[in-house]
Design a protein around this ligand. Structure first.
Ligand code: FAD
Ligand code: NAG
Ligand code: NAG
Ligand code: NAG
Ligand code: NAG
Ligand code: NAG
Ligand code: NAG
Length: 660
């Protein structure tokens, strides 16, 4: 019985893959001579494609009932080419099921990046997983689907980016759910935010606010059909937070502060991953004017006659690419624009390889300087996290039981394939909290004072251009002002509820708004050599002090009656470590990346190290935009995917407006 179900499932999967391949480009001859838009990278931010191709509906299915078809057909000739270095997944367990979260890492779907030795973390290099696939990192991420608090985006606006504050972005957060009602009234897109099941509301007290969600688009968000019951402590964590005076957020999508139940990017119909591929590609298999070419690695941007930066800016006329792993070079021409969506590690690499970056770096490598733009690759931000591991005696099921108990795993698997219920639907942590500094430590004034006392640029790299340092000074000021209030989180607390492979019961903490800044820098003109990736995690020592205080708050959580019910023992750091120095030592030895690379093509004024303006146009160019996590000038206090989709949606409107 189970075998047959599995077989049915894989037949269905193979069918899906074939459908998708129908619109993928298979060979050079299928390409057009040139495209209106060439997009580098088929990752998370490609949501913008859907908008571009709506402008030219070519299939019956989508033109039917299209109320605004006329307006959208203004430019029926728009053509789009996406060049993606990775491949489409085969809808295997690793790609689409919570049960297999993590299994894509260090496989063909991962760029397999290792950072420089992190000198503030005892010299440990870090594996920085990044998706190399159709759908990019959304194809291998942890499927948590949350937003930053409104103030996090207001800081973007404060940096000189009109329209990028919370009010400007909220419609786009909703839009990747909502846009299509008016445009595609007959398309079977149904609900997208699926509210929690009544029994989960009753049992766990999950609350939500429909006003901040969308209900009719492509990215699916909601809760797994199974939430580990009290025996694993997920509710106990929420109870503990309450007892420590932490309020529960009505809905993280409206204000991600306090404790809450984070939704996942999961399809409610079959409990599979909802990601950029399922949302924005699989729905468009018949689009004649969207060409997606996978296994194609873009090596550099090309310009007409190496024209120098002039008043109007450089015009990019296409890109050079190779088949991944091959040497033959091809060119794809862009009539209107080139859009780079290669993610925060590879976007700056491509810019630098193309002569856009800090002059001294380009000259050192003998690359002709197209645009001297020192911010490229700087301002690298991430969310580092560290875990307090607990042993819980008084639990019926542990989150690692699926690993340890083959019979439970087999039962759960059967249940999954028969009814899409049970533990195989769960995996991502749902029970989390984002807390302002003063909520979790009484030392907030001392800690903020320590940041304030720092000399300008004191903990940045040496030899930065003054503009880049000035940008950081501005961040410093804006962040301090926000962190002193109660509407901006300083720390995330995560109670892992799912099938986690590595830890016992982990209570993880992660810095929401780090002051440390890293960088991405090419060290070779070879486009296949990975760039230098240096997170510089902990370079600002106060970041680490914030974590030390959060470890102490973790202990208060563990001491609360709700967690004491579970008979916990602290395995790491362990009660032997109490002093600041000891907890700091533990933190340096265990801190690692949460895989949120961002900030390396920051949207902010050029005078303060910005790379793109508020229309996402690269300074000094007239038709090159960046649309991905690199443009975030300050990392928001949240997991990044939903923000990247919102950036993609807003970019689509900007690009569309520019076509007029
Ligand atoms: C392991 C992991 C877990 C995560 N967990 C979560 C989570 O639970 N929740 C959450 O919200 N976020 C999570 N994130 C973060 C989130 O998924 C990313 O921030 C987001 O997907 C980044 O989107 P992007 O468009 O900037 O880049 P990507 O989605 O990475 O897209 C970049 C694309 O460009 C392609 N590319 C790069 N260079 C080239 C080139 N030269 N030529 C052609 N193509 C190229 C890449 O192959 C890739 O497909 C996680 C990330 C990882 C890696
Ligand atoms: C990843 O990189 C390491 C070296 O950094 C190498 O040993 C390993 O084989 C690579 N793995 C894959 C799957 O490419
Ligand atoms: C899950 O269902 C959605 C429709 O809701 C579909 O698009 C997707 O392909 C399905 N996934 C699998 C693996 O069957
Ligand atoms: C393993 O799971 C089964 C249910 O499938 C359960 O009956 C059994 O007690 C479990 N074994 C252990 C050692 O927990
Ligand atoms: C701060 O100090 C007060 C008074 O001692 C105490 O009641 C409170 O729990 C402390 N809060 C934290 C987060 O340590
Ligand atoms: C940069 O490249 C040079 C020459 O290949 C090499 O010696 C050096 O170690 C590299 N530096 C880094 C930081 O990777
Ligand atoms: C964390 O750091 C300590 C050293 O302080 C080390 O012994 C331990 O193995 C590390 N790992 C974990 C998961 O705690």
């Amino acid at each position: 019985m189970l075998g047959r179900l599995v077989l049915l499932f894989s037949v269905a999967s193979a069918f899906m893959a074939t459908l998708v391949l129908g619109k993928l480009i298979g060979k050079e001859e299928q390409l057009l001579d040139s495209y209106t838009y060439v997009i580098v990278g088929g990752g998370t931010a490609v949501s913008l494609i859907s908008l571009l191709i709506y402008t030219s509906p070519t299939t019956k299915q989508y033109t039917q009932g299209l109320t605004v078809a006329n307006r959208l057909s203004e430019d029926p000739d728009a053509t789009v080419l996406v060049l993606e270095a990775g491949i489409p997944d085969r809808k295997e367990c690793a790609a689409i099921l919570q049960r297999c979260l993590g299994d894509t890492m260090r496989t063909v779907y991962d760029w397999n990046i290792t950072t420089e030795p992190q000198i503030y973390l005892n010299g440990r290099g870090q594996s920085l997983f990044i998706g190399k696939a159709l759908g990019g990192s959304s194809m291998l991420n942890g499927m948590m689907f949350d937003r930053g608090a409104p103030g996090d985006y207001d800081m973007w606006e404060d940096l000189g980016n009109p329209g990028w504050g919370w009010d400007g972005l909220l419609p786009y957060f909703k839009k990747h759910f909502q846009r299509h009602r008016e445009m595609l009234p007959n398309a079977a897109k149904s609900e997208t935010f699926t509210p929690p099941k009544p029994e989960h509301v009753a049992q766990f007290g999950i609350t939500y606010d429909p006003a901040v969600h969308g209900f009719d688009g492509y990215v699916q968000s909601g809760y797994p059909n199974f939430i580990y019951p009290q025996t694993t402590g997920v509710e106990n964590f929420q109870e503990a937070m309450k007892s420590l005076g932490v309020a529960q957020s009505l809905d993280q999508a409206g204000e991600a502060l306090g404790a809450f139940w984070s939704p996942n990017s999961i399809d409610p119909k079959n409990m599979t991953r909802s990601y950029a591929r399922s949302a924005y590609f699989d729905n468009f298999v018949d689009r004649q004017n969207l060409h997606v070419y996978t296994s194609r690695h873009v090596t550099k941007l090309i310009t007409e006659d190496d024209d120098e930066e002039s008043g109007e800016g450089v015009k990019i006329c296409g890109v050079e690419y190779v088949k991944t792993g091959d040497a033959t070079k091809y060119i794809a021409k862009a009539k209107k624009e080139v859009i780079i969506s290669a993610g925060a590690v590879h976007t700056p690499q491509i810019l630098q390889l193309s002569g856009i970056g800090q002059k001294s770096l380009l000259e050192k490598l003998g690359i002709p300087v197209l645009i001297d733009l020192p911010g490229v690759g700087q301002n690298f931000q991430d969310h580092p996290f560290v875990t307090m591991a607990l042993k819980l005696e008084n639990v019926e099921h542990s989150v690692i039981d699926l690993e340890l108990n083959a019979s439970w795993d087999a039962e759960s698997k059967a249940l999954f394939y028969s009814s899409r219920e049970g533990p195989w639907t769960a995996g991502s942590p749902n029970s989390i909290a984002f807390l302002p500094l003063s909520t979790y430590t009484n030392k907030s004034e001392i800690l903020l004072g320590a940041y304030t006392a720092q000399e300008p640029g004191q903990h940045l790299r040496n030899d930065l251009e003054p503009a880049v340092t000035a940008g950081f000074q501005k961040h410093h000021k804006i962040l301090l002002n926000r962190l002193a209030g109660t509407r901006t989180a300083a720390m995330e607390f995560i109670w892992l509820s799912g099938a986690n492979r590595r830890f016992q019961m982990p209570l993880s903490i992660s810095i929401a708004h780090p002051f440390s800044r890293g960088f991405i820098e090419i060290n070779s003109t070879d486009p296949h050599a990975a760039p230098i990736v240096d997170l510089r995690t902990g370079s600002n020592p106060v970041d680490l002090s914030l974590l030390v205080e959060a470890l102490r708050f973790n202990r208060r959580i563990v001491q609360s009656p709700a967690i004491q019910e579970l008979a916990p023992t602290e395995l790491t750091p362990g009660q032997l470590l109490q002093a600041d120095e000891e907890l700091l030592g533990f933190t340096r030895a265990n801190l690692s990346t949460m895989f949120h690379p961002s900030g390396t093509a920051a949207m902010q004024p050029r005078e303060i190290g910005g790379v793109v303006d508020h229309n996402l146009m690269v300074y000094g160019t007239r038709n090159l935009r960046v649309v991905d996590a690199s443009i975030m000038p300050l990392i928001p206090g949240s997991h990044l995917a939903s923000t990247v989709y919102a950036i993609g949606e807003k970019a689509a409107d900007i690009i569309k407006a520019a076509r007029k």
